[in-house]
Design a protein around this ligand. Structure first.
Ligand code: ZN
Length: 200
């Protein structure tokens, strides 16, 4: 039986780089993979962009309200008709999936027997789980943390939102387009220092 993997980390922990590397590892062995991401992520639209400058088009987007398993099934059928089956599904920005779409990924792994590697951010700038991440943490067979370091050298676990040089602690979970926000990966100690002790 194939498994659903959730590889999570703070911002800037190299998730997209790790995803592209995993895809490459399959393809080097002559195996075919599919790359997907939720359609909500507008930056780069249909591309997976790594911080190291590599980019790659996804094979399909998962729109809000759309069955991830259904759209995966259509893409898999196309691949089979072209003479090759799919060895693995890789999903970037998985935090933005709806919980039931994560259930779809679980079914793809368990019932369709295709390994699914989902990459995403565990928590938002107020330390709450993203809907997709919360569900992935609950049901993925395997959890793997991609680590990154806070400015102080400790392991970063939170994502502070900054506007200019100021950290902000209110606003929507996903920043509205046009508002210039940046994120800094922070350890628990530095997060509490910046938030004045507020957690969530
Ligand atoms: Zn720190």
């Amino acid at each position: 039986m194939a498994k659903l993997y959730f590889r999570y980390g703070a911002m800037n922990s190299g998730k997209s780089t790790a995803l592209l590397q995993a895809a490459y590892n399959y393809e080097e062995r002559g195996q075919r993979v599919l790359l997907a991401k939720p359609a909500i992520d507008t930056k780069g639209a249909s591309q997976i962009e790594s911080r190291l400058g590599m980019t790659r088009e996804v094979d399909f987007l998962i729109a809000a309200g759309q069955s991830a398993r259904e759209v995966f099934g259509q893409e898999r059928t196309k691949a089979r008709e072209g003479g090759s089956d799919i060895a693995c599904l890789l999903v970037d920005e998985a935090q933005f999936l709806e919980p039931w779409q994560v259930d779809d990924l679980f079914r793809i792994a368990v019932e369709d027997d295709i390994p699914v590697l989902a990459y995403g951010i565990r928590n938002d700038f107020l330390t709450h789980a993203f809907p997709g991440s919360g569900r992935l943490l609950a049901i993925a067979h395997t959890l793997e943390e991609l680590k990154t370091i806070c400015r102080c050298g400790r392991k970063a676990v939170f994502n502070g939102r900054r506007i200019g040089d100021r950290f902000v602690f209110d606003g929507d979970q996903v920043a509205i387009d046009g508002v210039a926000v940046a994120y800094e990966s922070l350890c628990g100690h530095c997060y509490l220092q910046e938030s004045g002790g507020r957690l969530g």
